[in-house]
Every structure is written in structure tokens, then in C-alpha cells.
Design a protein around this ligand. Structure first.
Ligand SMILES: Nc1ncnc2c1ncn2[C@@H]1O[C@H](COP(=O)(O)OP(=O)(O)O)[C@@H](O)[C@H]1O
Ligand SMILES: [Mg+2]
Length: 298
């Protein structure tokens, strides 16, 4: 999105470090900060009026430990682990007269149509709200570098936490037969389910499924039949019917593409244990659907 703000004649660089510590931040606010700083950088380059051959805007992130010494030189900053978000341009830069004013609301050196003077005031407000620290290095005619130091946290992201708990409970031991004629879809589903601990068998169509059930003696052992509907040889719903006659306790999860679903799927049928999963599905969707079907008590 930021790159779209920047003309082609400007080199737009992103140098983001992997494995940074987490920060607590509202993504919308981070976006506001970056958009304001990048728009200013674009203006600064336009105002430089082609005096340099190559212009760039560089956004980078690093981790830094701020020392007492740094903090004494930068009142308002805090010691400790911080993530540094840096936005740098080689546009017109600022002279020492305007530097102290730039964070003031309505301070602008731009014409009325371009500048409101609120961009940096907004950035400053967000930074303060989050106990972060911002400062700017700039040389008139050369460059400007805004640096934001954001305190890190040892907290995990909510989604990471959930993920962890989920993986820890990886005691799934149920037996699932996956029937799908599309090999790549089948591989994906089987790999995902195996990684969660399920015992997984696979077949490429209904007839093949019956052979697998016979060969591995699965009819009493099987907890769930997860099957595509439209397949060469035997269809998934015909297979489900046959398997249910042999063992009525086996749960059935039918999956089908959108148009077919219109015809066959009228929603989960909890009485019969025929559940449905529309294609295409994500792995997360598959995992949670399988779990809810298995947990369901008729
Ligand atoms: N990257 C930059 N290079 C040079 N000057 C800048 C830069 N960013 C901000 N400024 C200066 O700070 C002023 C205030 O910026 P801002 O609050 O975003 O208001 P506006 O962009 O509407 O003028 C700008 O008018 C400009 O003089
Ligand atoms: Mg601005």
C-alpha cells in the first residue's frame, strides 16, 4: 500500500528484520504513522526538484537496547529493549529553524492545498500514547531520518498463544479416512490432519476407499469419513451410505465445490451425522470443522 504512494522514479526500500521482539501496537496506528511519514518523504523529494540523480525512501526496522547515555541525550526516551522503526529519505531535508516546530499542530511549510500541518502532530500523538519515542535527524538539502523507538514486550501475540495451546492439545487419536480424487488437495488435507496427531488413511475415490477399509480392517476403527462428493468410480455420498450401513457410528463429512454444494448441501445434518465443508477450504477451516464433527454427539 505504501509503495503505491511513491512514484516510480523513487526507490522504495523496505528492510525489515526477522525475529524482532513483539511490540504492543494498533496496526491502524502503525499504518497512520507510516503513511504520514512516507507522504512527507515524497513531498520532500518533490521539493528537492531533481537536484539528485537517485532518490530513495527507506523504511527499516531493527532492535536496539537504549542505554542511560542515549536517554540522557534524548529526553523522553526510555532505557531498555526497543524496536526501532526508521523512515529515511534523501529529499530536501530541514534546516535548524524549522526542526523544533515540525511536531506542532498546523505547522507546515507547504502550500495550503498540500500541507495541513497535522501529519507529524498525529504521529507524535500516537507515539506518546504508546510510550514510544520519536526523533528526527535531518540535514538541509540532503536527507531526513525519522526514528521511532517502540518498547518491546515479552507477551505473545494472541493468535500465537492460541496456536500454542492448540498444538499442545495435540492428543487427537481419532481415525480418519480422506477420500479425494484431486491429489494435491488430498495431500494437503492428509498432511494437515496427520500433523495434528490423527491417524489418517487416504483413498482417491469411493471404490478405492472400500478397498482401503477392507485391507486395513477399518470398519470398526474408523471415526470419520471425510469425502469429496463428485469423483470418478464411486461418488462420495454413495460411499457414505454404504459405509453407514456397515457401521452407523462413523461420522460423515462431505466436501464439495461451490456449485455442487448448491445442489447437495442443505447444511449440516446433525441427526444423520452428515456434515458439510465447502470447497475451497483453508487448513484452519478444515482442522476446526473436523474437530467439531468429531466432538459432536448424536
Ligand atoms: N521528510 C521530510 N523532509 C523534509 N521536511 C519534512 C519532512 N517531513 C516533515 N517535514 C516538515 O515538517 C512539516 C510538518 O509536517 P506535517 O506535520 O506532516 O505537515 P504537512 O505535511 O501537512 O506540512 C512539513 O511542512 C515539512 O516542512
Ligand atoms: Mg505531512
Amino acid at each position: 500500500m505504501l509503495a503505491r504512494l511513491v512514484q516510480e522514479s523513487i526507490l522504495f526500500e523496505l528492510k525489515l528484520k526477522d525475529g524482532l521482539k513483539n511490540i504492543i501496537a494498533d496496526p491502524v496506528q502503525i499504518q497512520q504513522i507510516l503513511v504520514n511519514l512516507v507522504v512527507n518523504a515524497v513531498h520532500a523529494i518533490q521539493d528537492d526538484k531533481g537536484r539528485k540523480k537517485e532518490y530513495f525512501i527507506r523504511i527499516s526496522t531493527h532492535e536496539e537496547v537504549l542505554t542511560e547515555e542515549f536517554v540522557s541525550r534524548h529526553p523522553g526516551s526510555r532505557t531498555g529493549n526497543q524496536v526501532l522503526i526508521s523512515v529515511e529519505d534523501n529529499g530536501i531535508g530541514m534546516d535548524e529553524e524549522i526542526l523544533p516546530k515540525i511536531f506542532e499542530p498546523f505547522f507546515s511549510t507547504k502550500g495550503k492545498d498540500i500541507g495541513t500541518g497535522l501529519g507529524l502532530a498525529t504521529v507524535y500523538g500516537i507515539v506518546k500514547q504508546n510510550n514510544a519515542y520519536i526523533y528526527v535527524e535531518s540535514t538541509a538539502g540532503k536527507r531526513t531520518n525519522f526514528k521511532i523507538y517502540w518498547p518491546t514486550t515479552s507477551e505473545q501475540r494472541k493468535s500465537e498463544k492460541k496456536e500454542r495451546v492448540y498444538r499442545k492439545y495435540k492428543t487427537h487419536s481419532e481415525c480418519i479416512l480422506v477420500i479425494e480424487d484431486d491429489e494435491s488437495v488430498r495431500n494437503l488435507a492428509c498432511t494437515a490432519l496427520k500433523s495434528l496427531g490423527y491417524e489418517v488413511f487416504e483413498a482417491k475415490d469411493g471404490l478405492h476407499a472400500l478397498q482401503i477399509i477392507d485391507k486395513h480392517d477399518l470398519i470398526q476403527k474408523l471415526d470419520l469419513l471425510f469425502t469429496d462428493i463428485i469423483m470418478p468410480e464411486m461418488r462420495g455420498d454413495d460411499l457414505a451410505y454404504k459405509v453407514r450401513q456397515l457401521n452407523p457410528n462413523i461420522k460423515i463429512l462431505l466436501s464439495s465445490g461451490y456449485t455442487e454444494s448448491q445442489i447437495y448441501f442443505k447444511g449440516d445434518d446433525k441427526q444423520t451425522g452428515y456434515f458439510k465443508l465447502n470447497k475451497p477450504y483453508t487448513i484452519q477451516k478444515l482442522e476446526s470443522k473436523i474437530r467439531s464433527v468429531l466432538n459432536h454427539r448424536a
